[in-house]
Design a binder for this molecule. Structure first.
Ligand SMILES: Cc1ncc(C[n+]2csc(CCOP(=O)(O)OP(=O)(O)O)c2C)c(N)n1
Length: 279
């Protein structure tokens, strides 16, 4: 990847984080930790990899993304707004009564391909979309992003078995492996690691990446598209709350809110990062 492209994607990831945090702050609620850990994946998907058109959000041959960890609506809505699916100003209505931007991703928001919130269902939905696309020779890719706590759900493994058996190679999934779920650390609750070996056993093409490295993420997606006979699982090794020191690897920021001082510090860190990446 050219240095300038990498810088632009990093700038986008930092801008997505800041926009998501401001959105949560205005609402007074929302999930910071899991939004921040997947921000780099979102930057690469929407600003490099995915064939989508904000002016024509329903075009039939578009690539799809199922945000299976549907509580991460802040990062999803921030990304879609920055991409131009709806005005950034609209984010101020997040989680307000009568707003379409609710706390979990909703399909009626322009650019959203599937509603989420009840964890464990997204891989099955993405698999269905991918199989439909293959059967109808649409030629697009279907992506899904799951949490590492989420994959404790049994339905994930039924979809994993089916996708591997039927060689659904237009399915590109991610696990945001940030090691923290709602109740604390995976190792204290029920650890699904090693995730790569499990998906490999289900006949998936598995790629491990640093999920905070836009170049590694982009390379893995390119590699996934070359694989002709398997679905791809990109195990993204991430840090919950990545990008702001006070949020990083801290279970409290799964759904908890920063103090006013922590918020100011977070915005300052993100502003500094953005300034360092702007030319
Ligand atoms: C079926 C279901 N059970 C429980 C919840 C409540 N819940 C919301 S987020 C969450 C933790 C998810 O952890 P993880 O998948 O690791 O997400 P991340 O850390 O990336 O935010 C839980 C249990 C839910 N949304 N759906």
């Amino acid at each position: 990847m050219l240095t300038d492209e990498k810088r632009k994607l990093e700038l986008m990831a930092a801008t997505i984080r800041k926009t998501a945090l401001e959105t949560i702050h205005t609402a007074g609620s929302g999930h910071i930790g899991g939004s921040f850990s997947m921000a780099d994946i979102m930057a690469v998907l929407y600003f490099k990899a995915m064939n989508v058109d904000p002016k024509n959000p329903d075009k039939p041959d578009r690539d799809r993304l199922v945000v299976s960890k549907g509580h991460c609506s802040p990062v999803t809505y921030a990304t879609l707004a920055l991409k131009g699916f709806f005005p950034i100003e609209h984010l101020k209505t997040f989680r307000q009564i009568d707003s379409d931007l609710s706390g979990h991703v909703e399909i009626h928001v322009p650019g959203v391909d599937m509603s989420g919130g009840s964890l464990g269902q997204g891989l099955s939905v993405a698999l269905g979309m991918a199989m439909y696309a293959k059967a109808n020779k649409i030629g697009n890719y279907v992506h899904a992003i799951m949490g590492d706590g989420e994959i404790q759900e049994g339905q994930i493994w039924e979809a994993a078995m089916c996708a591997g058996f039927y060689k659904v190679n237009n399915l590109i999934a991610f696990v945001d492996n940030n090691q923290i779920q709602l109740d604390g650390r995976l190792t204290e609750v029920m650890d699904p690691n090693p995730i790569d070996e499990k998906f490999r056993a289900f006949n998936w093409n598995v790629i491990n990446v640093n999920g905070q490295d836009v170049e590694e993420i982009a390379d893995a997606i390119d590699e996934a598209k070359k694989c002709q006979d398997k679905p791809t699982m990109i195990v993204a090794h991430t840090t919950k709350g990545a990008g702001v020191s006070v949020f990083e690897d801290t279970p409290r920021f799964h759904g908890g809110q920063p103090t006013p001082e922590e918020y100011e510090q977070a915005i300052k860190e993100l502003d500094d990062r953005i300034a360092s990446l702007e030319v």
